[in-house]
Ligand binder design. Structure first.
Ligand SMILES: NC(=O)c1ccc[n+]([C@@H]2O[C@H](COP(=O)([O-])OP(=O)(O)OC[C@H]3O[C@@H](n4cnc5c(N)ncnc54)[C@H](O)[C@@H]3O)[C@@H](O)[C@H]2O)c1
Length: 254
C-alpha cells in the first residue's frame, strides 16, 4: 500500500534543466515511478535525453533557453499539446556564480536572478492554469541550503538571495493554491556533485572546507536529491505543502 503512493503512472512531469545534474536524476526517479518526462534545457551535451530513453521512459526534450521570457509559456503549451496535461512541474534549472559583492557585475546578477527566480515565477504562472483546470497539480522548486545559511568560503550573495527568494515563492504559492489542490514544495540541497560544484583547480582547496562544514563529511550524489524529489512529487507527500525540505548532510545544523 505504501509503495503504491510513490507511483506516478499516467502523470506528466515537466523538469527544467533536466538534461544533466540534479534535474537528470530527478527525471530518472520520476520516469521510474511511471511518469511521462518532459525536459526543458538549453542543451544536452552529455546525452542525458538518450540515456533516459534507453531506460524506456517516455521522454520529450525541448531545447530552449529559459532566459527567453516567452519560453515558459511556450514549453507549457507544447507539453499540453503533446500530453494534454502538466501534473508535475519541477523548477530545477539554475546557475551559480561566486564573487565579492563590491566587484560583482550586472550581467551576472541579472542572469542569476532571471534563471533562479524570475523563470521559476514564470514557469509557475504558466503551469498553474492547466493544473487548476485538472483540479490538481504538484510544483517542486529546487532551492538551496544557500537560501538558509551563508556558505563559506565562497562569497555568493546573489546566489544565496536568489535561493531564499525561491523558498519564499514556494511558501506563498503553497498558501495561495492549496485550496485548488495544487501542492508546492521546495528542496534545499547541500553540496551535490554536479557541474556547478566541479571547481577549477584554483578553487579546489574549497572542498575540504565544504566537507568539514558538513556533519556527514561528504557531498551528495544527485540521486540522493532525486529520491526526496520523488517523495515530494508523488502522493506519498499528499499532506505536505509549503515545505522546504533540507537535504544537506546536516550542513544547516551548525
Ligand atoms: N549542485 C549543488 O551543489 C546544488 C546545491 C544546491 C542547489 N542546487 C541547485 O540545483 C539545481 C540544478 O543544478 P545542478 O547542480 O544540477 O547543476 P547543473 O549545472 O548540472 O544543471 C543545471 C541545469 O540547468 C540548465 N540551465 C541553466 N541555465 C539554463 C537556461 N538559461 N535555459 C535552460 N536551461 C538552463 C543547464 O543546462 C543544466 O542542465 C540548480 O537550481 C542549482 O542552483 C545545486
Amino acid at each position: 500500500m505504501f509503495i503504491d503512493k510513490f507511483k506516478l503512472d499516467g502523470k506528466t512531469a515537466l523538469i527544467t534543466g533536466g538534461a544533466k545534474g540534479i534535474g537528470f536524476s530527478i527525471a530518472h526517479a520520476l520516469g521510474e515511478a511511471g511518469a511521462k518526462i518532459v525536459l526543458a534545457d538549453r542543451e544536452d551535451k552529455n546525452g542525458g535525453v538518450e540515456e533516459l530513453k534507453k531506460a524506456n521512459y517516455d521522454v520529450t526534450f525541448f531545447e530552449v533557453d529559459l532566459l527567453d521570457r516567452s519560453a515558459p509559456q511556450k514549453i507549457i503549451d507544447q507539453t499540453l499539446e503533446k500530453h494534454d496535461r502538466v501534473d508535475i512541474l519541477v523548477n530545477n534549472a539554475g546557475v551559480a556564480q561566486h564573487g565579492d559583492t563590491h566587484e560583482f557585475d550586472d550581467s551576472m546578477l541579472d542572469k542569476i536572478m532571471d534563471i533562479n527566480v524570475d523563470t521559476v515565477f514564470r514557469m509557475c504562472r504558466s503551469a498553474i492554469p492547466p493544473m487548476k483546470k485538472k483540479g490538481e497539480g504538484v510544483i517542486l522548486n529546487i532551492g538551496s541550503m544557500s537560501g538558509l545559511a551563508s556558505n563559506i568560503p565562497q562569497p555568493q550573495v546573489a546566489y544565496n538571495a536568489s535561493k531564499a527568494a525561491v523558498h519564499m515563492m514556494t511558501k506563498s504559492l503553497a498558501s495561495d493554491y492549496a485550496s485548488q489542490n495544487i501542492r508546492v514544495n521546495a528542496i534545499a540541497p547541500g553540496y551535490v556533485k554536479t557541474d556547478i560544484t566541479n571547481l577549477p583547480k584554483k578553487y579546489e582547496h574549497w572542498y575540504p572546507t565544504w566537507n568539514k562544514q558538513t556533519p556527514m563529511n561528504r557531498m551528495a550524489e544527485p540521486h540522493e536529491i532525486a529520491s526526496a524529489a520523488l517523495f515530494l512529487c508523488s502522493p506519498a507527500s499528499s499532506y505536505v505543502t509549503g515545505e522546504v525540505l533540507v537535504v544537506d548532510g546536516g550542513y544547516t545544523t551548525r
